[in-house]
Design a protein around this ligand. Sequence first.
Ligand SMILES: Nc1ncnc2c1ncn2[C@@H]1O[C@H](COP(=O)(O)OP(=O)(O)OP(=O)(O)O)[C@@H](O)[C@H]1O
Ligand SMILES: [Mg+2]
Length: 397
Amino acid sequence: MDEDAFRKQFMKKSVFRQLSSLDKSIVPEKLFCREDEVSTLIVNYRRILEEEEQPSINCLILGKGGVGKTCTARYFGKNFYTIAIEKDVNLFLEYFDCINFRSKSKIIRELLAKYTHGSGRGYSDDEALKLILTKLIRDKGYMLLIIDEVHLLKPDEILAFLNIAETFGHQNAKLSILLICRGTDWMRIESERILSRLNQKIELKPYNFEESMKILQYRSEIALKEDVIDEDLVTMIAQIVVENKNMRHGIEILRKSGLFCDKEGFDHITAEIIREASDDVYPTFRADIIDGLKDQELLALLGIVRTLINNGTPFALVDDAFEEYQSICESYSVEPHVKMSFRKYVRQLAQLKIIASKTVRIEDATRGRHLEITLLDIPAGKLAELLEDIFERKFTK
Ligand SMILES: Nc1ncnc2c1ncn2[C@@H]1O[C@H](COP(=O)(O)OP(=O)(O)OP(=O)(O)O)[C@@H](O)[C@H]1O
Ligand SMILES: [Mg+2]
């Protein structure tokens, strides 16, 4: 490509008014179809702004993937913050996704660094928390802590968060918590003790057709220019959303269809483009989890994916994947870790539900047992493409 051709690309019109409005981290300006759930949150947390002693409130948002848990919580947080400031409450809003902060300690250290500028080295979690709570009281502040994907914490870590007011005294805990979790993951976590610390559980149901229509119409109006998408086509996407019970699928289809138009120079979306985009979206697969992986986990995952592709089998053996991982490390000039660490990365990937692993007994007794790994949610070839993209950015200079 020469410079002229390069420039020409920029002269092309885009079908997007605001592509960034479809980004994963965006909280939409308006939240449709979650009025009841937001009202429930308001009823619970408004006491912080209205009562002298500012109580500690703990709620939990539950629901399947892509039903708007994260977006509802963040929408609530953002608007609650605005009202708090109007009412002269010095609110600190903090959002943590446990994909990036995988333990209670990590979250507390991050808060400590932010609010007291200390590293927290040498402090226990409780000591560090105490410093944060003291700082809040000194600043006449109050913290709303939103913890997403909370199933990645250990149940006793979750309990410790919910227990802060009991542990440090209600008058000392100027802090409330909002947890977010998928329903199936929560079943593993719930206990009497955890339940007794929750003010309310709020369950989000998947959107029905009318609701999906409303949301998609609104999101496409913001993201796309006029006349780029017909109502019929929004209907088509809404049907796909209802079928999969997952709004993320719909938002991804909008994004992919628009990008396809821009690339090919089309000025509007067609049914065929939507069908193709839909085939290219794996509704239960979460690219944001892959983005949050540590380098060694990424290398281990590519090892697994390459083994699956090479073998052409639905599962890979951990030993083969380890060998593949070692050669990948070598090709990117990264020091490979030992097999025990590799197994740890495999366990972490399984915990994040990117892969599933199971131990199987081998007939031949001398070889004992081995670990079989399979990919969930996305074909190996697709994931390899995605990972190679990330590796391009990360490891090659
Ligand atoms: N009521 C709504 N209005 C506008 N956009 C919405 C609404 N509900 C969901 N979305 C959009 O749908 C996508 C999926 O929603 P979200 O990420 O909140 O799902 P989730 O329940 O947190 O899923 P997961 O369990 O996979 O994290 C996001 O892009 C979000 O902005
Ligand atoms: Mg979420």
